[in-house]
Design a protein. Structure first.
Length: 269
DNA sequence: CCCGGAACCTGAAGGC
DNA sequence: TGCCTTCAGGTTCCGG
């Protein structure tokens, strides 16, 4: 499930490989992968465009084109990129292929078909709806405190709200709450100053560690080279069963607003 | 406007 | 062993 660290890894891996490459055309094998325009209109705008740079905002990968347009890619649950030669059958579950002029293909692989491509103008895009980047300098403990105040939802749900903080998904919300010792069902506005400090540190720590480990390959996610990440092997609670890594108690799994939530009842209050 | 739940999807896992 | 059901979850959409 590509969240901030996975998308950051894809961006870091891909940028040196495709920066300054020129797009020949983009083929959609599953039409709903393209959002907001028809494949014909889309191709009229991207064909022949040079890729200026790649960046990331929240869970979006941003491919900047020479004409000023941004190609946004959202990987949702099971999207990944694989780069290789164009010849032969595309890999299984390929939903779109970005053909580059140099003969390489960028394959968008997405078994569940939730992932989306969208061509937008800067300033006129879903990016403007996103909240603060948790790894930016603006994300201070004071700022986190402001975001949590007057929020009556469970803290877990608040952390997943992309309009408040951009990039945290189910796995890293569980990991951050475990590290901070906070029960996922606590009301956000009830979190104390001391706990907010711990949570702020925990969020940044789990995201930075996961980026160092090139993302978590729990299901489907892999890097553009085909390699997996190893962040999941460092998880303390997310997707774990059995004994807690920090105490003799057992990790519990509950469902909060439809999302599987892992936590340790004796470590998190 | 806010909240909660369904829908989108398919492969994997679990139950009988 | 095999068929059937359930589950996974990021985001959008819709109803209350």
């Amino acid at each position: 499930m590509p969240e901030l660290p996975e998308v950051e890894t894809i961006k870091n891996d891909l940028e040196p490989l495709i920066k300054n490459s020129v797009i020949d055309r983009v083929e959609f094998l599953w039409n709903k992968t393209l959002r907001g325009s028809s494949p014909e209109t889309f191709n009229r705008e991207v064909a022949g465009q040079r890729i200026n740079n790649l960046s990331r905002r929240g869970k979006y990968l941003i491919i900047m084109l020479d004409n000023g347009k941004m190609l946004l890619v959202h990987f949702k649950m099971t999207g990944s990129f694989l780069i290789g030669k164009q010849e032969g059958e595309p890999p299984k579950h390929t939903r779109a292929i970005v053909y580059l002029k140099d003969g390489r293909g960028l394959f968008f692989i997405d078994p569940r078909k939730f992932g989306r491509f969208q061509l937008v103008n800067p300033g006129d895009s879903p990016l403007s709806e996103l909240g603060i980047e948790p790894l930016s300098s603006g994300f201070t403990r004071q700022r986190l405190g402001e975001l949590l105040s007057k929020r009556k939802s469970p803290i877990k749900i608040t952390l997943l709200d992309q309009g408040l903080i951009a990039g945290i998904g189910n796995m890293y919300a569980d990991e951050a709450l475990f590290l901070a010792g906070i029960h996922p069902l606590r009301r956000a506005e009830d979190i104390s100053h001391v706990e907010i400090t711990r949570l702020h540190d925990a969020i940044r720590h789990v995201l930075l560690e996961a980026i160092k480990n090139k993302g978590a390959s729990i299901v489907n996610y892999f890097r553009p080279s085909g390699e997996t990440g190893s962040a999941h092997s460092h998880f303390k609670v997310a997707h774990r069963k059995g004994v807690c890594t920090a105490c003799p108690g057992a990790v519990q799994r509950i469902v909060i607003r439809g999302r599987g939530t892992y936590f340790c009842p004796s470590c998190q209050h």
